[in-house]
Design a protein around this ligand. Structure first.
Ligand code: HEC
Length: 125
């Protein structure tokens, strides 16, 4: 009987240790994920080259070449569309604009933040 008690106390302690270890791991995981999103979206000093890479990785350029009705093929054209409010309107799916790249999908939050930062920082080339 005494042995049984000892055994169950031991098992209980083991269980508590396992659970607290698991909880700690989960916490670490969430913290490192939060760190990641903060670290990977750098919107300081955004220049046109960053915007070009956003437009090309999101396949905007294919439809918005030099002959498109809304060309996004060079600095002046992108700047004009950006300053008119249409670029943010389109990628944020604001009402009154064509939602881009399409109505069911937005580009990443970081890409959208970067576009807005570029405009706020004066559409630097
Ligand atoms: C499949 C082809 C296609 C893709 C991909 C595409 N667009 Fe468009 N986009 C269009 C068409 C078509 C229009 C409408 C043109 C017009 O207004 O005459 C348009 C309109 C726009 C407008 C003007 C919106 C308005 O209502 O004034 C902007 C800005 C724009 N696109 C940006 C983008 C960006 C940024 C991307 C990438 C995230 C993108 N587009 C991807 C075809 C595309």
């Amino acid at each position: 009987m005494k042995l049984m008690m000892k055994k169950s106390v031991f098992l209980l302690v083991l269980l508590i240790l396992t659970v607290s270890l698991f909880v700690q791991c989960k916490k670490d995981n969430v913290e490192s994920q939060q760190q990641n999103t903060v670290n990977t979206c750098d919107t300081t000093n955004v220049t046109y080259s960053k915007i070009v890479s956003i437009l090309s990785t999101n396949s905007c350029i294919g439809c918005h070449g030099s002959s498109a009705s809304v060309p996004l093929n060079n600095y002046d054209n992108v700047k004009t569309v950006a300053l008119s409010g249409r670029l943010v309107g389109a990628v944020e799916h604001l009402s009154g604009y064509n939602p881009m790249p399409n109505s069911s999908q937005k580009i990443s939050e970081c890409d959208r933040k970067t576009i807005k930062a570029w405009i706020n920082q004066g559409t630097k080339n």
